[in-house]
Design a protein around this ligand. Structure first.
Ligand SMILES: Cc1ncc(COP(=O)(O)O)c(C=O)c1O
Length: 375
């Protein structure tokens, strides 16, 4: 069986876990959390990085930091994971779904401004497959209309837009370290705070509404309840695992780049013959090598290819179901959305097996099976 994802340790994970147990700091914000945050911070200069228990929780923190009123609106694509929307719905905000571009599958920046109302607080972008959204245009709209930009960068650590790291454009950005991501600790995430005015409150929200972070830095002599909040910080055991992966980031990215290029090189001609679309990376974007997808000519062809691969012991998988068509999406959206591109992509996209330790031999089997497919 060639699985879709097969997370495996790549570096010093086990050694770090032993060290974490030995050093006797198992709760959050221990030595490995600080080291992981420092690596991420180096890579995203200017941001304050806070590890969280998931990208979902980092998005929930972002929603809390907006300090919005129930009924306020957030613009986002419907082709995303439920957490992008849920985090805001939990605070009483209402998603406004704007369709995606057919080429990058990112929010269509040309449709954003028409969706802005007096209730809009933020534009939430998702850099699908780690390819940057059109941030020049999006940041301009946000500045003109006085809106926050939040980047759901679950896929895009190491991606760049016009030479600048994804996650540095919004006031806030989030990362995921779920086991399907390039860098993982099973379940984990981070909040990147690019607006210095939001840092102190973010620390408080993450520490159950207390100013415990200030206390640990010696800035107050006791810590107390100062705001709402929750427990968004991961155990240092998880951070120990994560730190090993962060240290192996070069090897991980090299391996993933090779896998991505091999799929692209061996599938381009076949795709042209079969009217299948492969990922498009604009010249001004450096992708994160997070996934390899194909857009099949029809839903029937996509489902046929999934079944064809399965018969050969290979797991290809679909991706997001359109949020605007889900029960919850219909109930909580600010208004009905017309998103034909999302609907077409959702029913015809397949993701191929993609993980750090996918071997050349396994990948050759996937490619051969695809070449044999007659849609
Ligand atoms: C775009 C996007 N945002 C958020 C998430 C949630 O990430 P996590 O599982 O770390 O909470 C995912 C999950 O894969 C995702 O694809």
């Amino acid at each position: 069986m060639i699985r879709f994802n097969n997370p495996a340790p790549l570096g010093d994970e086990a050694a770090n876990l032993v060290q974490a147990l030995a050093q006797g700091h198992l709760s959050g914000d221990g030595p490995f959390t600080r080291r992981s945050q420092a690596v991420l911070q180096d890579f995203i200069p200017g941001s304050r990085v806070l590890l969280t228990t998931s990208c979902t929780h980092a998005l929930e923190m972002a929603a809390l930091l907006l300090d919005a009123e129930p009924g306020d609106e957030v613009i986002m694509p419907p082709f995303t994971f439920v957490s992008t929307a849920n985090a805001f719905v939990l605070r009483g905000l209402r998603p406004v779904f704007v369709d995606i571009r057919p080429d990058t599958l990112n929010i269509d920046e040309r449709q954003i401004e028409a969706a802005v109302t007096h209730r809009t607080r933020a534009i939430v972008v998702v850099h699908y497959a780690g390819v940057g959204c059109e941030m020049d245009v999006i940041v301009q709209i946000a500045q003109r209309r006085g809106l926050f930009v939040i980047e759901d960068n679950a896929h895009g650590l190491f991606g760049r837009y016009r030479g600048r790291n994804l996650g540095t454009f919004g006031s806030l950005a989030t990362l995921s370290f779920h086991e399907t991501k390039n860098i993982s600790c099973g379940e984990g995430g981070a909040l990147l705070i690019n607006d210095p005015e939001l840092v102190e409150r973010a620390e408080i929200l993450r520490e159950k509404g207390t100013n415990r972070s200030r206390f640990f830095r010696g800035q107050v002599d006791k810590y107390s309840w100062v705001d709402i909040g929750s427990s968004f910080l991961p155990s240092d055991i998880l951070a120990a695992f994560l730190y090993a992966q962060l240290e192996a980031r070069q090897d991980i990215q090299d391996a993933r780049r090779k896998i991505w290029n091999r799929y692209s090189n061996h599938l381009t001609n076949w795709a042209q013959r079969q009217s299948v679309r492969l990922p498009w990376i604009p010249a001004h974007c450096d992708q994160s090598y997070h996934m390899f997808y194909m857009v099949m000519p029809s839903a029937r062809a996509r489902d046929g290819l999934i079944a064809h691969l399965k018969e050969r012991g290979i797991l290809g998988v679909f991706h997001y179901l359109p949020l605007h068509l889900s029960d919850m999406g219909r109930r909580c959206a600010a208004r009905e959305a017309v998103c034909p591109v999302t609907e077409q992509i959702s029913e015809s996209l397949i993701r191929l097996p993609f993980y750090n330790r996918l071997t050349e031999d396994e990948q050759a089997q996937v490619i051969e099976a695809i070449h044999e497919f007659r849609g």
